[in-house]
Design a protein around this ligand. Structure first.
Ligand SMILES: NC(=O)c1ccc[n+]([C@@H]2O[C@H](COP(=O)([O-])OP(=O)(O)OC[C@H]3O[C@@H](n4cnc5c(N)ncnc54)[C@H](O)[C@@H]3O)[C@@H](O)[C@H]2O)c1
Length: 244
């Protein structure tokens, strides 16, 4: 028996990195998984997997969310799980960030999860059950020079609490994960500098960087009925980096 048998899950950014690992794990655990991503070429390979359906989604667009939520509900009869995982990052220096940079970052990383909840939570509320998992970042909790990226992830943190209280009485749970540095295409540039990589590992109490499965395993718990009394919670997964 799988831990997500008979559940229908939407995972945004499901074509790469952390999202792709969640897609694999959730489908192995018995869920029907919709890997929703802006990168159609990338999600085609994800769609080859059993019980996985790739769908086009730009998380920053209301119309995309409206169509996706209706299509998933019509086709599979319900929506049990939403993981707001899609995101972009930037290491642009503070002084170089302008309003366009800010708006792009906040519209994908901030409005994306907001819109996901806005369009999907009503389907969950109608069935009186649902689990939403938002992917923030350890940079929402400590200063690390990521500037507008950190601000966007801080928005996700606050939004999760607001949504947990807004939808809790309708049976919808909302929880947040705070990954540290995880080895994915997003952090590929780190591996080009052995020195930087070494210093980051050195600075981490558990003495390694994170892997996509470290985040996927926690998301699996929050998606499953094992966490049925948990909402509005925050889980940091960073090898102890931000505990220092
Ligand atoms: N990798 C890390 O170290 C790290 C640390 C903390 C938080 N995170 C967060 O985890 C999440 C996943 O990151 P990752 O490392 O797997 O990155 P990744 O770049 O490997 O994957 C991100 C995915 O999001 C998709 N995406 C980007 N913009 C989109 C949009 N507008 N609409 C739909 N899909 C879009 C991309 O196509 C890609 O498939 C992100 O929210 C990221 O901010 C990552």
């Amino acid at each position: 028996m799988g831990r997500l048998d008979n559940k229908v899950a939407i995972i945004t950014g499901g074509a790469s990195g952390i999202g792709e690992r969640m897609v694999d794990l959730f489908s192995q655990e018995g869920a029907i998984v919709i890997a929703a991503d802006i990168n159609e070429a990338a999600f085609e390979h994800v769609s080859q997997k059993e019980n996985v359906y790739g769908m086009k989604l730009n998380v920053a667009l209301d119309e995309d969310w409206e169509v996706l939520a209706k299509e998933v509900s019509d086709r599979f009869g319900k929506i049990d799980i939403l993981v707001n995982n899609a995101g972009i990052s930037s290491e642009k220096p503070y002084q170089d960030i302008d309003l366009d940079d800010w708006q792009k970052m906040l519209s994908i990383n901030g409005y994306g999860p907001f819109a996901g909840i806005k369009y999907v939570a009503p389907y969950m509320a109608a069935q009186k059950e649902g689990s939403i998992i938002n992917i923030s970042s350890y940079t929402a909790q400590i200063g690390q020079g990521f500037n507008h990226y950190s601000a966007s992830k801080g928005a996700v943190r606050a939004l999760s609490k607001a949504a947990a209280t807004t939808f809790g009485r309708q049976g919808v749970r909302v929880n947040t994960l705070f990954p540290g540095i995880i080895e994915t295409p997003m952090t590929q540039s780190l591996s080009t500098s052995k020195e930087l990589l070494g210093s980051l590992i050195q600075a981490t109490p558990l003495q390694r960087l994170g892997k996509p499965e470290d985040i996927a395993n926690a998301a699996l718990f929050l998606a499953s009925d094992e966490s049925s009394y948990i909402t509005g919670s925050e889980l940091v997964i960073d090898g102890g980096f931000s505990a220092q």
